[in-house]
Write a protein that binds this ligand. Structure first.
Ligand SMILES: O=C(O)[C@@H](CO)OP(=O)(O)O
Length: 204
């Protein structure tokens, strides 16, 4: 049986372009972000992949990315499930601040720890561990059963909400997840085995 799960980070957002911490804020896609989403859809089409189930967050940049991908696949009628469990990590007090200005204020190392560490939360926000504590139960309850029943599933979400899921899917440690970056608009195609573990992963 085929068990396919595709994860896609949204295309470039207005705040990615402005280099601002975004988190639960809701900026739209830039023109580049729209192009990246079309490109992701075209890549999936070239792979011959269509979907039976689609999940996204409660934030418009991920929803719009999914809409564009489904448009490229001729699947605009596919029902989309939106849930804030897939939202970006809440960046708390950093939300809306410029990342370079934050580095000047708090230092390169501290900002990197807030952005990429597993268990250090930015002030008022969520660590990757906190993010995992909401994304993983949602994945196990809502997404994984669909994949395991042979449905082809796409999830469009965010850099850190996807890093949380990727940590489990790719078996990262708390140390190795620090270096795992997720590019905007690049489909990550996972095939799962009968024990729900990943047997293959590619990025066309
Ligand atoms: O600002 C954010 O919400 C995220 C994703 O764009 O940024 P970072 O890569 O710094 O975690």
């Amino acid at each position: 049986m085929e068990r396919t799960l595709v994860l896609v980070r949204h295309g470039q957002s207005e705040w990615n372009l402005k280099n601002l911490f975004t988190g639960w804020k809701d900026p739209g896609l830039t023109d580049v972000g729209v192009k990246e989403a079309h490109e992701a859809g075209r890549k999936l089409k070239a792979e011959g992949i269509t979907f039976d189930r689609a999940f996204t967050s409660n934030l418009s940049r991920a929803q719009k990315t999914l809409d564009i991908i489904l448009g490229e696949l001729g699947q605009t009628d596919l029902k989309v499930v939106r849930d804030e469990a897939l939202n970006e990590r809440d960046y708390g007090d950093l939300s809306g601040l410029n990342k370079d200005e934050a580095r000047v204020k708090w230092g390169e190392e501290q900002v990197h720890i807030w952005r990429r560490s597993y268990d250090i939360a930015p002030p008022g926000g969520e660590s990757l561990r906190d993010t995992l504590a909401r994304t993983l139960p949602y994945y196990v309850r809502e997404i994984l059963p669909e994949v395991m029943s042979g449905k082809r599933v796409i999830v469009t979400a965010h850099g850190n909400s996807l890093r949380a899921l990727i940590m489990v899917l790719e078996g990262h440690t708390q140390d190795s997840i620090i270096a795992r970056e997720v590019e905007t608009g690049v489909p990550m195609i996972y095939t799962l085995g009968p024990d729900s573990r990943v047997v293959s992963h590619r990025e066309p």
